[in-house]
Design a protein around this ligand. Structure first.
Ligand code: ZN
Ligand code: ZN
Length: 332
């Protein structure tokens, strides 16, 4: 089969590699579509410490069941359409056993620490494959993974009924979070992004107000602030817009060594709550459900997918900030 092989940071090729076969408890998925996300850029650049090289990246994907190991008891017929939760938790460490699997001491993930879905086929644990409802094509199915991260983020944040919200970042995650917030009964949501086209999409998806810079919101106060940029100065900026009693959700991925200057006096005196959200925790099935019920519509975020051979071009477009979400169709 053909696959993207990243031999070392900064160097990838479209390679001919052996077809995977299902190991015990596994299925092989023929990959219809796989999304490119910020983590893939970090893996490309050698900035994602858990990743070993060589590796085939790709963790946001959907496809069809192509082979099933003899010991698999889950009903996953050949040809069934699935989205795959890339999370691999050990199940026995202290955090897994206390229900915090996403913080697993032995954390691993398909496409991040082992070969993923920028390939025609990928072998995955059968339990990670979720059947997709009718009408969800491969590209929509590949959006389940980022949506599952957004669902976990909202669960971490807690109820938002009627709350005024400022959300920084109208990329894929910001726009998925926005739709969930609106569905969850949030008060007016203000979205901030530098890119006018993204703000136009945010408007379409339910933002009550948009701004191209945090400075435009001086004097306003919000009950909830969400960062979906990972840019430390932006996190400080949205935190600065919080009303007393406010809640800050740190969703975007900052550089590991970065810090913010949020005042501890303010956290104390204004009773500010700071919450983090990391990846997926039992939020994959709800994301499938939300997509199947059209409660969230990723379509305004999507560009036309590119073939595996154009992986480099897709990366270039992501880095150039063109479009919002890019996908590769490895098996086409
Ligand atoms: Zn991702
Ligand atoms: Zn664990």
């Amino acid at each position: 089969m053909r696959a993207i092989v990243l031999d070392r940071p900064g160097s990838f090729r479209v390679a001919e590699v052996p077809d995977p076969t299902p190991g015990p408890g596994q299925v092989v998925v023929r990959v219809d579509c796989c999304g490119i996300c910020g983590t893939d850029l970090h893996i490309m650049d050698g900035e994602f410490p858990p990743t070993p090289y060589p590796i085939t990246p790709g963790h946001e994907f959907a496809g069809t069941i192509a082979a099933v190991a003899g010991d698999v008891t889950i009903d996953l017929p050949i040809g069934a359409q699935v989205a795959v939760d890339p999370s691999l938790y050990c199940g026995y460490c202290r955090r897994c056993r206390s229900g915090r699997d996403n913080l697993c001491e032995n954390w691993a993930a398909i496409g991040d620490t082992r070969n993923g879905a920028f390939a025609e086929y990928v072998a995955v644990p059968a339990a990670n494959a979720h059947l997709l409802p009718d009408g969800i094509d491969g590209q929509l199915g590949a959006m389940v993974e980022p949506l599952a991260c957004a669902v976990h983020g909202l669960r971490r944040l807690g109820p938002v009924f009627g709350d005024t919200i400022v959300l920084a970042g109208a990329g894929t995650m910001g726009l998925l979070l926005l739709q969930l917030l609106v569905r969850a009964g949030a008060g007016p949501v203000t979205v901030v992004d530098r890119v006018a086209e993204r703000l136009a999409v945010a408007r379409k998806l339910g933002a009550a107000q948009v701004a191209s810079a945090l400075g435009d919101l001086d004097g306003e106060r919000f009950e909830v602030a969400i960062d979906a940029t990972g840019v430390p100065v932006v996190i400080d900026g949205v935190a600065g817009l919080l009303d007393r009693g406010g809640r800050l959700l740190v969703f975007g991925v900052s550089p590991a060594e970065a810090s913010i200057s949020l005042s501890p006096f303010r956290i104390y005196n204004d009773e500010i709550t700071v919450t983090g959200s990391m990846a997926i925790l039992r939020s994959f099935a709800p994301a499938v459900q939300l997509l199947g019920a059209s409660a969230v519509d990723p379509r305004p975020l999507l560009s036309a997918p590119l073939p595996l051979e154009e992986f480099g071009e897709a990366l270039r477009r992501v880095r150039a900030g063109q479009g919002i979400k890019w996908h590769i169709t490895p098996a086409k």
